[in-house]
Design a protein around this ligand. Structure first.
Ligand code: DAH
Length: 375
């Protein structure tokens, strides 16, 4: 579109002939008219109005003309340049207006659209339930304690009075990260903690009694994932060590917890059991919060929550074994303590009628959404 940059001989005035100047002007006007956008117009400007454009070169040649020709040629070139300038100006205005209009359409924001179409995420109900339980205890003055998930076998078992040949130590229950034989100094390996109870030992070693701690956390066992088992699950551990604590304190504390979680009047009961780290030990059941026992022996009123047993098993508990206190540097003559540990997945199942544990680990929002976004 641009005219070739001829090199002009100063005496050759051909380039300043009226038809030549008109041609240069018309070419410039045509180039501006056909520029489709501001970028193209900028290129046309360089070609037809720049220092090396035909009209600029023609203008330079005026100086070489004889005086009588100068005025006329100057006027002709000046008028042509004026017309080119004007055409450029008006095409710029046109193209800018077009651009502004396009931007207004393309970048329009519909302020009437709803701003929250992205669904808000929610915390997993296991996390919410663990936090809620921890809150019940912190409100009573307990401290939240934590321990590592990759744990020394000593904390997971030995400190808790598991004998070396205790079946829970077997490979079929425990994920060993490092077997005892692989470690220096031999006797203790490294495991994925099988329960939150090692935090009892850690807390007693770190703190001086009185100790009141609650420990929510993740634990591991070599189970296959199915409707009622998962190799990774959650527990909450409770430990109180003080002067003069008894089984009655344990029971009162547990009654308080179940009432906070399941409503006023819910009671608990203890059944004798064995755990190496508590003595005496018990299993704790809570009264079924749905049928309150009315389904027992009553086929007309079956209860799905407790399988018509009237009670739901919660977890293990007992008075801290004096051997554990001693192993952790606490004088069992002066202090006594109670402990309690239970699974969160199980509690979520009976509290919310979740029938399959796999739903909790699959990450499907259709499972988590009905629990709402409790903070
Ligand atoms: N740690 C035990 C388990 O995972 C549960 C347990 C039993 C915890 C008795 C306790 C306790 O604190 O006192 O099976």
């Amino acid at each position: 579109m641009s005219a070739p940059n001829k090199s002009y001989d100063p005496v050759e005035v051909e380039a300043l002939k009226p038809e030549e100047i008109e041609r240069m002007r018309d070419e410039a006007l045509a180039a501006f008219a056909s520029a489709g956008d501001l970028d193209a117009l900028r290129e046309a400007k360089t070609a037809h109005m720049g220092d090396r454009s035909p009209l600029a070169l023609a203008n330079r040649e005026i100086g070489a003309l004889p005086p009588q020709a100068k005025a006329e040629a100057g006027k002709r070139v000046g008028q042509a340049r004026g017309a080119v300038n004007k055409a450029f100006g008006s095409r710029t205005v046109e193209l800018e207006a077009e651009r502004d209009e396009r931007v207004l359409v393309e970048e329009a924001v519909d302020v009437t659209l709803s701003y929250d179409r992205l669904p808000a995420g929610a915390r997993h109900p296991l996390t919410t339930l663990m936090d809620r339980i921890a809150d019940i205890f912190t409100a009573m003055g307990y401290e939240v304690a934590e321990g590592p998930e990759v744990e020394a076998e000593w904390f997971n078992f030995d400190a808790l009075n598991f004998t070396p040949d205790h079946p829970a130590r077997q490979m079929q229950d425990t994920f060993f990260v490092q077997g005892p034989e692989g470690t220096e100094g031999d006797e203790s390996g490294v495991v994925l903690r099988t329960h939150t109870s090692p935090v009892q030992a850690r807390s007693l070693l770190e703190r001086k009694p009185p100790v009141y701690i609650v420990c929510p956390g993740r634990v591991y066992r070599t189970d296959e994932l199915d409707a009622t088992h998962t190799p990774v699950f959650h527990q909450v551990e409770l430990l109180a060590v003080d002067e003069g604590l008894t089984m009655a304190d344990l029971k009162g504390t547990m009654d308080h917890m179940v009432q906070e979680l399941f409503g006023e009047g819910t009671t608990t009961r203890l059944r004798p059991h064995f755990f190496p780290f508590t003595e005496p030990s018990a299993e704790m059941d809570m009264q079924c919060y749905v049928c309150r026992g009315a389904s027992v022996g009553n086929p007309d009123r079956p209860c799905r929550t407790c399988s018509s047993e009237g009670w739901i098993e919660l977890g293990g508990c007992g008075m801290v074994n004096p051997k554990v206190l001693t192993a952790c540097g606490v004088d069992p003559e002066k202090y006594s303590g109670f402990a309690f540990g239970f699974g969160i997945e199980r509690m979520l199942m009976f509290r919310h009628n979740v029938e399959d544990m796999r739903d909790m680990v699959e990450g499907d929002v259709r499972f988590t959404r009905p629990f709402g976004s409790e903070i």
